[in-house]
Design a binder for this molecule. Structure first.
Ligand code: T5A
Length: 216
């Protein structure tokens, strides 16, 4: 295991509905553990008990929420997630893999919703400290219809999954715009392939960008 005292990396996984983030986090976690690294897998909104309660609220709201309200709930959940899960794990030397982080707010509430970009930026700077940024962000890119079908095949839809194609196309464009703007942090991976092939690419990226592991 890694020495306690050496701060672990934070890797975020982003993408539209059904892109395969949870699946790929499982693959990467298992691989990194074979290298004797301590790994924490977590998700947003969620992580700790309060984050999970906020997740229920925002995914299954008692009445429709505005994009601004959604963004505020996401950032409240995110601060709690950083305090209770991400920062303690990183302080103990673990590599933290999070299924969604602040890019999801930019893609869903700003690019696809009507939350203003400057308000998003202010909130981001107020809530997430500079040294809490991910070392690496993997953006799983997938045709919207394919992703929504994968999500629908699992059963009941939540408040986001049940939005139309135009909304999810805007989410996809939002993620690609973030990747184009921040190439030093973000890598786009083609998620429309069998899971093992996607996992091999992700290992190679993690090795090249963070020097963890040796690719395949
Ligand atoms: N949200 C979240 C915001 O609006 N703003 C924010 O700031 C944040 C943080 C979260 C919702 O909240 C919104 C976005 C989301 O709508 P969620 O249930 O966590 O809700 O939604 P997702 O993150 O989209 O979770 P999903 O489980 O739907 O997608 P994943 O994790 O990307 O996909 P995964 O791995 O669970 O796979 C889905 C299905 O596809 C299969 C899997 O077996 C599974 O059945 N699959 C594949 N099939 C074929 N080929 C592959 N390569 C496959 N990979 C997985």
């Amino acid at each position: 295991m890694k020495d306690a005292g050496e701060r672990g990396h934070l890797i975020s996984f982003e993408g539209g509905e059904g892109a395969g983030k949870s699946t790929q986090i499982k693959y990467l976690k298992a691989y990194l553990e074979t290298l004797s690294l301590s790994v924490t897998a977590t998700r947003e909104p969620g992580g700790g008990p309060t984050g999970e309660a906020l997740r229920q609220l925002v995914l299954h709201p008692p009445a429709p929420l505005s994009a601004a309200t959604e963004a505020l709930i996401m950032f409240a959940a995110r601060r709690d997630h950083l305090d209770l899960v991400i920062n303690p794990a990183r302080a103990g030397g673990a590599v933290v893999l999070t299924d969604r982080f602040y890019d999801s707010t930019e893609a869903y509430q700003v690019a696809a919703g009507d939350f203003a970009a400057d308000r998003f930026k202010s909130l981001l700077h107020a809530v997430v400290l500079k040294d809490e940024n991910p070392s690496l962000t993997i953006i799983l890119d997938l045709d919207v219809e394919v992703g929504l079908k994968r999500a629908a095949d699992r059963g009941t839809m939540d408040a986001f999954e049940s939005r139309g194609r135009a909304f999810h196309d805007a989410v996809r464009r939002g993620f690609l715009a973030i990747a184009a703007r921040e190439p030093e942090r973000c890598v786009v991976v083609d998620a429309d392939r069998e899971p093992g092939a996607v996992a091999v690419d992700i290992r190679t990226i993690v090795a090249a960008r963070l020097g963890i592991g040796g690719g395949t």
